[in-house]
Design a protein around this ligand. Structure first.
Ligand SMILES: Nc1ncnc2c1ncn2[C@@H]1O[C@H](COP(=O)(O)OP(=O)(O)OP(=O)(O)O)[C@@H](O)[C@H]1O
Length: 296
């Protein structure tokens, strides 16, 4: 498999050192991560080099355990890399954290059950010690289509509505960096498709440098400017594939041949010509790398 270095449509690069103009958003250089597990160690990331342009949307695809979430957590400042450097929008992870410019959403909406939707969405501002502007909060509730549910508790909402609340919470700090870890992974197909449309709309209205971890190949093609495919653990960027499809992307686009061509191309990179994708374009867990943990 050949490794593409610089993209034709110039949105991202797997050699940010040589292409700094393609690394004004996410800029990862020489990133490695080894976890200690008792007397053993697990090398999660081999050497990750990746750059994206500011305000672009990149998805990370790869077999289970290849280190996608580890990259996201390092960018968020929740893990420290063993070696390497991370810059986002020209700032270190610490600086961007201090500036309260990161919005994160996970698969589990992680809303506080005793707080109303409105109060959950305000939470990051409270944590940051920023006074919540009531108009900002009501605009966000509107943006994610939850008007009328301000006073509801999370248990009174559907799974899709809870994820929408979690996206609104992620936007409360008006982030310049959005990190999404399988945000719709727990939702049924129909809801997930609707959420993808909404996420695209929200991201278009409020652009931010965005990285999404997903197992959904179609979802990655639908939402992204570029998709980075990782190799099995210890993970590194195998290929970066620019998604040159017009925006706004509509549900019809998912039936278009050019859309399917991207899905096929990414499946081929992930699994080779014999496929291995389920009918929904999910990367299957059966493809988990068999690499053994190394003894420390
Ligand atoms: N805190 C930790 N301590 C020890 N090992 C860890 C830790 N976090 C992750 N790992 C290991 O690092 C590797 C990469 O994990 P990571 O969660 O980043 O993979 P992933 O690609 O996001 O997986 P999935 O697609 O299954 O969610 C795995 O082998 C995992 O067991």
């Amino acid at each position: 498999m050949t490794s593409e270095t610089t993209l034709t449509s110039a949105v991202a690069t797997s050699d940010p050192a040589a292409n700094p103009d393609l690394a004004t958003g996410i800029n990862l250089q020489g990133l490695t991560k080894t976890f200690s597990l008792g007397r053993k160690s697990v090398q999660a990331l081999a050497e990750v080099n990746l750059g994206t342009k500011r305000d672009s949307f990149i998805s990370l695809l790869g077999p289970s355990g290849c280190g996608k979430s580890t990259i996201l957590r390092i960018i968020a400042g929740l893990e420290t890399p063993s070696t390497g450097e991370v810059l986002v929008n020209g700032m270190s992870a610490k600086e961007i954290q201090r500036a309260h410019e990161i919005g994160i959403a996970f698969q589990d909406s992680a809303l506080l059950p005793w707080r109303t939707i409105e109060h959950n969405i305000r939470l990051p501002l409270e944590v940051a010690g920023i006074k919540a502007d009531p108009k900002l909060i009501s605009d966000l509730i509107d943006l994610v289509g939850l008007s009328g549910f301000e006073k509801a508790k999370p248990a009174q909402l559907s799974g899709g509505m809870r994820q929408r609340a979690s996206i609104a919470r992620c936007l409360a700090v008006q982030p310049t960096l959005m990190l999404l870890d399988e945000p719709f992974g727990a939702l049924d197909d129909m809801t997930r498709q609707r959420m993808n449309l909404e996420l695209q709309r929200i991201w278009t209205e409020r652009p931010a440098t965005t990285l999404m971890v997903t197992h959904g190949i179609s979802e990655a093609v639908f939402l992204s400017d570029v998709v980075a495919v990782m190799s099995p653990r210890p993970g590194k960027i195998d290929q970066v594939v620019p998604i040159d499809l017009p925006r706004p992307r509509t549900p019809d686009l998912q039936r278009a041949p050019e859309f399917h061509a991207y899905v096929d191309q990414l499946s081929e990179i992930l699994f080779g010509s014999h496929g291995g994708v389920d009918p929904h374009g999910e990367v299957s867990d059966g493809e988990v790398d068999a690499a053994e943990e190394q003894s420390a």
